[in-house]
Design a protein around this ligand. Sequence first.
Ligand SMILES: Nc1nc2c(ncn2[C@@H]2O[C@H](COP(=O)(O)OP(=O)(O)O)[C@@H](O)[C@H]2O)c(=O)[nH]1
Ligand SMILES: [Mg+2]
Length: 298
Amino acid sequence: MSTMSGVDGTRVTNRSSYSRDGRTPGVYYPADPQPPPRAHHSASTRTRKEAWSGLVTRVVTSLRRPLPRVRRYLALLTGSSTSAASTTTASNTTTMSGAKKNPPAPALHKVIMVGSGGVGKSALTLQFMYDEFVEDYEPTKADSYRKKVVLDGEEVQIDILDTAGQEDYAAIRDNYFRSGEGFLCVFSITEDDSFQATQEFREQILRVKNDEHIPFLLVGNKADLTERRKVSEAEAKNRASQWGVPYVETSAKTRANVDKVFYDLMREIRSRKLEDNKNTNGKGKDPGKRKKHKCCIL
Ligand SMILES: Nc1nc2c(ncn2[C@@H]2O[C@H](COP(=O)(O)OP(=O)(O)O)[C@@H](O)[C@H]2O)c(=O)[nH]1
Ligand SMILES: [Mg+2]
């Protein structure tokens, strides 16, 4: 092995022996009329066939490297192609959609409290909402409350409209009723007038909703005041069965059956919505056919 300096001063290292004229193959000497042929072009070291096959190999290798990436991009763009590409696409979609999609909002069930003043509509609502019995609640105040609850393992929201006072104006009252999906019709077992008034509330609701199967519970409140009872359980049950609705006695004071009336009503609303959905999907009967209550113009 020897080391020589080339014309430009760069070091040239040659492991082969010198050629006969003492020059190193592959090195250009300015005295030459033509640069000498490059060593690998020499027919003596490599045949023409080998040169071609080497060139083809290099081209194929350089093309092969970016191909998988190009193929993957194409697959993403067209949504098709190789199994590897479709697996990537599918898993990306799942991840991306899983991360982007918001969880569905819990179902909202709208409940309306109706009944004469002083029967305990607000006391029942506040007991259900905040677990407390309010002795002196503002009698003329109408309020709406919303709470997340778990109904048979499913998280739902209940919206309670506690009506009062304004329902004297028919237009306002009708608007309230129209927005309701279910009704708790409350009377006090200590006051017969409040029991009689339930008949009118029922009629108003049926007229506005035009649906005699609207989710509805008859509620006899103040059940703790047994010594002051004026409305018998049998009488109330009889009316409820005439209407085809459940009758439940409650006490906002002791909390007896408070949760029950709200949860039972939500269950009715929920199954009613499911039934309506089935009907609108064309699998059941026409929801209009269920509405049997007719307006009577006198
Ligand atoms: N003992 C007893 N008193 C009740 C009960 N529910 C309500 N009250 C009382 O009855 C009064 C009227 O109740 P309120 O909820 O304001 O009636 P609303 O007008 O229907 O909303 C209040 O003084 C309450 O404390 C109950 O279940 N038992
Ligand atoms: Mg009230």
